[in-house]
Write a protein that binds this ligand. Structure first.
Ligand SMILES: [Zn+2]
Length: 308
């Protein structure tokens, strides 16, 4: 039962630590949106991101970060920390006393060290949280440097072993999409749901899918299909922000637009269907493809096949 005292704090699964660099804020937000994480992560921006936990000359920054992480655990129930550094970072340059971007290989090495140092520190304080480390390129793409304290995909932290560190165990498969989600999607295709239809679907989720009322309400909210013109508008906004000066989009950008389309349209859509839908929206708006592949075999076949 929910308490009647004060507002219920929002839930989030991830605490994201990113940099204050203004060039990358929209990339970070979009990347998490494309992963379906909007409203499900709590973000702290601090100069140099992971550097704040490593730079011994800034104890105040470390204290602020630890306090915010603890607060997000308590308030939002986060289980996971993402450390997101980026290339050409001014804060990292000041700390390293050289322009790291002048030598990209050295830059990657220094970031990997800093990210690992921060991950170790988090692991020591919060051994039950999973951690991932990431490095963002200036085009918004993200790589994952090797990490000694992180938990690989498909695993979770199990019981604490005698050495004080948790054991890795395979994580359980995600639950199958409840039947009520399918039904909600079908029913809402003909317009907004009536109150009575909503109750019937919630009842189905509880009695047939074994969900709690809160879970069923969540499924219902996620299944209510966004109106097609709203989806199209959001996709176009994203494509405009990512197209090059000649109005061309890359295969990667189209993939992210497709992921966004799938998230906005609700469950039940395949990856291929969403790619075709996103390509259709892009083509109708006059965007053209950037060739992909290696010279001299660069081609726009990736795009042509979606519009066939
Ligand atoms: Zn930075």
């Amino acid at each position: 039962m929910s308490s009647s005292i004060g507002p219920v704090p929002a839930k989030a699964d991830t605490f994201l630590i990113s940099c204050i660099d203004p060039r990358l804020t929209d990339d970070t937000t979009f990347r998490f949106a494309a992963l379906g994480r909007t409203d499900r992560y709590s973000e702290m921006r601090i100069a140099g991101a992971a550097l704040a936990l490593v730079d011994q000359n800034r104890p105040g920054w470390q204290a602020a970060l630890w306090e915010n992480l603890a607060a997000s655990r308590a308030l939002h129930g986060i289980r996971h920390v993402t450390l997101l550094n980026h290339r050409d970072c001014g804060a990292m340059d000041l700390w390293a006393r050289r322009r790291l971007a002048d030598d990209p290989v050295d830059e990657l090495r220094v970031h990997t060290e800093v990210l690992n140092g921060a991950a170790d520190a988090i692991r020591a304080r919060h051994p039950d949280l999973t951690i991932e480390i990431k490095l963002m390129e200036l085009d918004g793409s993200v790589t994952q440097p090797s990490c000694r304290s992180c938990v690989p995909m498909g695993f979770r932290l199990g019981v604490i072993a005698q050495d004080g560190l948790p054991v890795l165990e395979p994580s359980p498969p995600p639950p199958a999409a409840p039947r009520m989600a399918e039904m909600a999607r079908l029913r809402s295709q003909s317009g907004p749901l009536e109150r009575g239809a909503e109750f019937a679907l919630l009842e189905m989720g509880i009695t047939e899918d074994g969900l709690t009322l809160a879970q069923a309400q969540e499924v219902l909210a996620a299944s209510a299909t966004a109106r097609p013109q709203e989806v199209e508008r959001d996709i176009l906004t994203y494509l405009r922000s990512q197209a090059d000066r000649r109005g061309r989009i890359s295969e990667r950008v189209l993939g992210e637009a497709a992921a966004l389309y799938r998230r906005l349209s609700g469950p039940g859509m395949t990856e291929q269907e969403s790619r075709e839908a996103a390509a259709g929206i892009a083509a109708r708006a006059g965007f053209t493809p950037r060739p992909a592949g290696w010279w001299p075999f660069r081609s726009t076949r990736w795009w042509d096949s979606l519009l066939a």
